[in-house]
Design a protein around this ligand. Structure first.
Ligand SMILES: [Zn+2]
Ligand SMILES: [Zn+2]
Length: 312
């Protein structure tokens, strides 16, 4: 069973509140589990959310402000304690290597060797990650910050009507898919292109602390699911620019420009309460008309299916 969903572990910027934990997001994608920005308390939030250390295959840290990484020690030690045997790769800005090492080895524990570091530098980094490609691009924040996206490669979907019309049935379909073409009993040749249509892969992006910047737009381009910080409303746009954050209106502009299908807002300043959530949606709506979710802790958001393109 393939599961593609975002498990929200925490949604607060800077400091946790009574209703919001520090950041933390597990993107479950078939057998992979990308744990983005484990803030303080992530280990316990995982328990509440019903996900375990065994579900984590990547730890992706956008930057080394505490709300995005103070949970690393707990998660790292839980991976060791629970005897996770698969490799867990850890991506983080190379400029924060000192912080990574401290967090990775924050206190005494019986360590294992499954966690392998993948420090990120430069304008574009790509890794194969199971069924997807993981990409990192730089963001704009007072400390070095990277956003991430995952992309499933495109494939093809078979068109039953075309197969039927050309008399391709049963085991012949599998042969056509394997070989790309097929010679029929009457001598005519049918190609895979004749009987199928391109099926774009699904994708998701994770854009945390940043000002408006090229990297944020590039990460969001064409994704099905965009998880993005919207620390402030536009009334605080001067402060947002000063501290390197987005307003909800700016997050909406990024989503609109990228043609995003589902937008998840998070990383809210503690000055706002859940009663303010409709104001975030109102700001987004000035630019973006797609689905909007204002994230709350322990929420699960499915990666939207590509049913429209697949023809149902
Ligand atoms: Zn933050
Ligand atoms: Zn930050």
């Amino acid at each position: 069973m393939s599961v593609r969903e975002l498990v929200v572990l925490g949604t607060s910027s800077a400091v946790p509140t009574r209703h919001r934990n520090h950041n933390g997001y597990l993107l479950r994608w078939d057998g992979e589990g990308f744990l983005f920005d484990p803030g303080e308390g992530t280990q316990r939030q995982m328990l509440h959310a019903g996900v375990s250390a065994h579900d984590v295959t990547w730890i992706c840290v956008t930057h080394f402000h505490g709300d995005h990484c103070l949970g690393v020690p707990g998660v790292v030690q839980r991976i060791a304690r629970d005897k996770v045997t698969h490799e867990v790769r850890a991506a983080y800005p190379a400029g924060g290597e000192t912080y990574w090492r401290r967090l990775r080895n924050a206190s005494a524990f019986a360590d294992t060797d499954v966690i392998t570091p993948r420090p990120v530098s430069g304008e574009l980094t790509r890794w194969p990650a199971g069924p997807v490609t993981l990409t990192a691009r730089p963001l704009s924040h007072p400390v070095q910050s990277y956003g991430y996206r995952v992309d499933e490669p495109g494939g093809r979907r078979m068109l039953p009507g075309e197969l039927e019309r050309r008399g391709v049935r049963g085991p012949m379909i599998g042969e056509l898919q394997r070989r790309g073409s097929l010679t029929l009993p009457d001598g005519s040749v049918v190609t895979l292109e004749d009987c199928s249509a391109p099926r774009p892969g699904q994708s998701a992006a994770f854009v945390m602390d940043t000002r408006l910047c090229d990297g944020a737009f590039a990460l969001a381009e064409g994704v099905d699911l965009l998880v993005i910080e919207s620390t402030f409303l536009s009334g605080e746009s001067v402060m947002a620019a000063q501290y390197g954050h987005l307003t909800a209106a700016q997050a909406g502009r990024i989503a609109a420009a990228g043609g995003v299908r589902c937008l998840v807002l998070t990383h809210f300043s503690e000055r706002y309460t859940t009663a303010d959530e409709p104001r975030f949606v109102d700001e987004v709506r000035k630019a973006y008309s797609g689905e909007v979710v204002t994230a709350r802790d322990l929420m699960r958001v499915p990666v939207p299916k590509r049913s429209a393109e697949a023809g149902g």
